[in-house]
Design a binder for this molecule. Structure first.
Ligand code: BES
Ligand code: MN
Ligand code: ZN
Length: 502
């Protein structure tokens, strides 16, 4: 996915704001009952228009308040939007800043301009830096431009916005750090959009082969990423029978996708991300009920987020090694489908009794998790829409996190906090493991009451050789306040985590 907009940063003297010739100029102003430094500049040039607007309480400066002024006298820009920044020197929280960024981004789009300039005075957000503000604003600007409509070319909504210039008052300290944060935020937005585009694509188009060709396309645009794809024949040859058992009932060929990025010496241990890529989950023979079954097209969001993150990594080019793998299959019922009670062999050699064919995510992931042992990883994180139970436990706000290493878990929790894409940890205690005992195989694929935890217990049987964490994104991938569309999560968390690993 290409960048939808261009974002750059530039310095300006306050007094020059009225002289700037922009299609749309968005100006942040603090809450005040009187004219202040910034409004004064526009007031003077317009011979008192702003004073009047303030006295009529139309321009309040309260956080997120928007006032649109076309043809403001004395200002060279065509359209001017004033956006309230709240009380000067009053700390706001991150949630407030997120919705502020959203309002600014909406105004930029709604103005229908191609070129937009944005000047926001400094806003202090509790426990966050100024760099963070720019990171979030840039990310929101880009991700807000994304629209997915599958209605043919004619009905595509038009996005005029192509260029945003963020303006900052001249300061001695320079813009280096802010510029860097802004770029990371922007690319994270591009990564989110890449992920959303794949996840939103209907399952008759977004098949395992489609995921594979999307990965190949990405590495064609960004040769720093090398992509390899294994088909069913190759997987069979190395013994990934468990992954293959999930696609047995489908006419679509299962695929295993490996994307490698080397930003450091090859001897340096890589950080690995592993995505669940069930392009449609009917439940298989243990078929799901019909209502809302269409949502199971999002069951490949783990793999979409892995791809979106690699899109971001490809451009940021950190000095570390990162490998992404995707286990892609379609879970369908048919005469060739795996049946409840079937026993399959995993790549690790352990056997699995498939008591429920709807617990398929863990069956594709376990072979992927064994496969990545060969890379001698520094850490492995799998990302999966794994259990409905996770939505019950954490809703659509937090991603479920389970790990066999507390340091890794803490790093991920911190990255979730830093990127406002939060995860919450659940226990992975040994006492939950017994639920997976099987009479006919080494392990059963379901068991017990704590669905999210026992699913992670299943995976933990295949991750003993390295530091591993599991992200259950069943609730955060789509739905909730976002509605029935892909959220782009957890691309911000993953990007933040990978960039924090030196
Ligand atoms: N893809 C589903 C989990 C899911 C449910 C994701 C709702 C998003 C929203 C997964 O493959 C599944 O079916 N899990 C079962 C496991 C059960 C059979 C142990 C579930 O959660 O019901
Ligand atoms: Mn399922
Ligand atoms: Zn599933």
């Amino acid at each position: 996915m290409k960048k939808l907009i261009n974002i750059s940063l530039s310095e300006i003297k306050l007094n020059d704001l009225t002289k700037l010739k922009s299609e749309t100029l968005i100006i942040g102003s603090y809450e005040t009952k009187k004219i202040n430094d910034i409004t004064n500049i526009f007031d003077k040039k317009s011979k008192g228009v702003l004073k009047k607007l303030i006295s009529r309480e139309e321009l309040s400066g309260s956080l997120g308040n928007i006032l649109y002024l076309p043809n403001l006298e004395g200002t060279a820009s065509e359209k001017v939007y004033f956006v309230g920044c709240g009380k000067k020197d009053k700390e706001i929280n991150e949630q407030e800043f997120l919705s502020f960024s959203q309002k600014v981004s909406d105004a930029a789009l709604q103005s229908k301009a191609k070129n937009v300039h944005i000047f926001i005075p400094s806003i202090s957000v509790k426990n966050r830096s100024e760099e963070w503000n720019y990171k979030i604003l840039a990310r929101t600007l880009e991700s807000n431009c994304y629209k997915y409509f599958f209605k043919g070319k004619k009905n595509q909504p038009k996005n005029n916005l192509t260029k945003v210039t963020l303006l900052k008052e001249n300061e001695k300290k320079g813009l280096g750090a802010i510029n860097k944060a802004m770029k990371v935020g922007h690319i994270t937005g591009v990564g989110m959009n890449t992920s959303r585009d794949l996840a939103n694509t209907p399952a008759n188009i977004c098949t395992p082969s489609y995921l594979a060709s999307s990965a190949k396309k990405l590495s064609k645009s960004f040769p720093v990423i090398k992509t390899k794809v294994l088909g069913e024949k190759e997987m069979k040859k190395i013994g990934m029978d468990c992954l293959l058992s999930v696609g047995n009932g489908s006419a679509q060929e299962s695929k295993f996708i490996i994307m490698e990025y080397y930003g450091a010496a090859k001897t340096k241990k890589p950080n690995i991300i592993v995505g669940k890529g069930i392009t449609f989950d009917t439940g298989g023979i243990s078929i799901k009920p019909s209502p809302a079954m269409d949502e199971m097209k999002y069951d490949m969001t783990g793999s979409a987020s892995v791809m979106g993150t690699m899109r971001a990594i490809a451009e940021i080019k950190p000095k570390s090694n990162i490998i992404a793998v995707i286990a892609a299959a379609e879970n369908m019922p048919s005469s060739t489908a795996t049946k409840p009670g079937d026993v399959v062999k995993t790549l690790s050699g352990q056997t699995v009794e498939v008591l429920n064919t709807d617990a398929e995510g863990r069956l594709v992931l376990c072979d992927a998790l064994t496969y990545v042992e060969r890379f001698n990883p520094a850490s492995v994180i799998d990302i999966a829409t794994l259990t409905g139970a996770c939505v019950v436990a954490l809703g659509h706000e937090a991603t479920g996190l389970l790990s066999n290493d507390q340091k890794l878990a803490d790093n991920i929790l911190n990255s979730g906090y830093a990127s406002c894409d939060r995860a919450w940890q659940l226990p992975l205690w040994d006492c939950y493991q017994d639920a997976l005992n099987s009479k006919y195989a080494d392990i059963a694929n379901i068991g017990g009451r704590a669905g999210t935890i026992t699913a992670a217990c299943f995976l933990s049987r295949f991750t003993k050789k390295y530091n591993w964490a599991h992200l259950d994104i069943a609730g955060t991938a789509y739905g909730g306040k976002v509605g029935k569309k892909s959220s782009g999560r957890p691309v911000p968390l993953l990007t933040e985590y990978l960039l924090s690993q030196k």
